[in-house]
Design a protein around this ligand. Structure first.
Ligand code: ADP
Ligand code: NA
Length: 334
């Protein structure tokens, strides 16, 4: 089996928002045309924080449908569910002995997440899984020995750890078995909350802060209409206020270049009406997401087929991972 160029995983969440789409999924859809890609849904990562098993199962299943609706194409890419490929866990255990405790202790995401968990709920514990999460992530990647991994700033440190684990494994066992996966930097926008444009769009802040990728047209229009902008008085210190900037950011992300250029020149000439900007953003978002909603309805109507399809793709992914584990076992002395 051929090794892929690109490997990337995303955690299952209920309902993607447009931030997830422009910040991650849209990039995957594009990469399919130029690279051989393996994409995974990281359900085993989702258990490191307090969670509900029934929700996890539903979210994972829906995530498959959502990603397919967004344009992940089984004809081009392999989309798998992490828990259907148990080789990730075996590899994780072996790799955990190629990673130093000190290295793992320096992961900033662990510090952030464990601090947050402890400050929010006194009776929750910080799981060992949350601590060793970056090793499972290294296994997720190295199981497929890809050339590149698309990363954003927040995942840089974890990819660096995966590279370091690969390097140590190769040195220890005197091999070049693992290529060091390269970071594939792609410029992705950071979409901000509509109600509070100084913080990033996220579901945890509440309904009025984000636009779901499959939200109804009426609701999209309503949310865009009430998006926070500014009083119209320009602050000479910034080109645009955060709220206005964010609305343009969405137009750019939708590749509505002509509309955006026109509105931007109005803005420069002090002639932009925010109601017009909002109308354009709403129209563009509705047009983009309409195809996703339609496609998702079709997939939901045939969800047995989708289940079978993702199982087959996970089996395909498993063949690659199993080949890697076979090689690793031999080198590691089993
Ligand atoms: P995170 O913990 O970064 O919010 P999520 O699971 O919520 O992760 O998001 C999944 C993917 O979507 C990640 O690649 C993340 O960087 C991206 N993402 C999340 N929110 C935004 C946003 N507001 N703008 C751009 N990208 C985003
Ligand atoms: Na989030």
């Amino acid at each position: 089996t051929a090794l892929p160029d690109v490997l990337s995983l995303i955690q299952p969440t209920a309902d993607l928002h447009i931030g997830n789409y422009f910040g991650a999924v849209a990039n995957w859809v594009k990469l399919q045309d130029t690279h051989s890609c393996v994409f995974g849904i990281a359900d085993m990562h989702a258990i490191t924080m307090p969670y509900n098993p029934a929700d996890l199962r539903t979210n994972t299943r829906n995530m498959v449908i959502d990603l397919l609706a967004c344009g992940i194409d089984p004809e081009k890419s392999t989309l798998f569910i992490q828990s259907l490929v148990p080789e990730h866990c075996e590899l994780c255990w072996i790799l955990s002995s190629q990673c130093s405790y000190g290295e793992l202790s320096r992961m900033t995401q662990f510090k952030d997440k464990s601090n947050k968990l402890q400050s929010e709920s006194a009776d929750e514990y910080v799981s060992a899984g949350l601590f060793t999460y970056p090793i499972l992530q290294a296994a997720d990647i190295l199981a497929y020995r890809p050339t590149s991994v698309p990363v954003g700033k927040d995942q840089e440190q974890h990819l660096e750890l995966s590279r370091s684990i690969a390097r140590r494994f190769n040195q220890r066992f005197d091999t070049d078995f693992f290529p060091e996966p390269k970071a594939l930097y792609t410029k992705t926008p950071r979409i901000m909350s509509l109600a509070q444009p100084t913080s990033k769009m996220s579901k945890s802040a509440g309904l009025k802060h984000y636009i779901g990728l499959f939200e109804e047209e009426k609701s999209i229009r309503k949310k865009v209409k009430s998006a926070v902008t500014d009083t119209g008085e320009k602050d000479p210190a910034v080109y645009m206020s955060p709220g206005v900037q964010n609305l343009f950011e969405i137009l750019w992300a939708c590749e509505a270049q002509e509309v955006a250029d026109q509105l931007e020149s109005d803005y420069k000439a002090d002639q932009l009406k925010y109601s017009e900007l909002k109308g354009a953003v709403a129209d563009t978002l509705v047009e983009l997401t309409d195809q996703f909603r339609q496609r998702r309805d079709e997939l939901l109507a045939d969800s047995d087929h989708v289940d079978a399809q993702v199982r087959a793709m996970s089996e395909k992914a498993r063949q690659i991972a199993a080949e890697t584990v076979k090689g690793v076992r031999k080198l590691a002395g089993f």
